[in-house]
Design a protein around this ligand. Sequence first.
Ligand SMILES: NC(=O)c1ccc[n+]([C@@H]2O[C@H](COP(=O)([O-])OP(=O)(O)OC[C@H]3O[C@@H](n4cnc5c(N)ncnc54)[C@H](O)[C@@H]3O)[C@@H](O)[C@H]2O)c1
Length: 93
Amino acid sequence: MSLSGIALVTGGAGFVGSHLTSALLASGARVRVIDNLSTGYQENLDEIDGDIDFVNASINDQKSLTRALEDVRVDLSRSRDSLASPRSVKFAS
Ligand SMILES: NC(=O)c1ccc[n+]([C@@H]2O[C@H](COP(=O)([O-])OP(=O)(O)OC[C@H]3O[C@@H](n4cnc5c(N)ncnc54)[C@H](O)[C@@H]3O)[C@@H](O)[C@H]2O)c1
């Protein structure tokens, strides 16, 4: 599997989101996080701080969300033959 484009992780400063953010970075994606730090912590991202784009805002704020979504695109490229259950995946033509 390869990743290209910018991936947006909502709630990326939280427990699950910060691990997802690290995993996406390790997979080669560029990652942007939008988080209002209501229950998450900036420190959760300290180790990867320089590698991500962090937007301190709520996803409920339309203006911030629109900005965060700019250029967001993730391609999950994976050989169809390698899928364990190809019939469960719908491919766009
Ligand atoms: N060490 C551990 O095992 C450990 C530690 C922490 C949590 N947990 C578990 O993990 C689960 C919780 O983790 P989680 O990642 O789902 O929750 P979380 O609260 O850690 O993450 C949610 C994130 O979403 C953000 N957020 C909330 N509303 C938002 C909004 N409107 N706009 C933008 N960002 C917003 C929060 O600030 C936070 O960073 C629980 O089951 C908890 O028990 C385990």
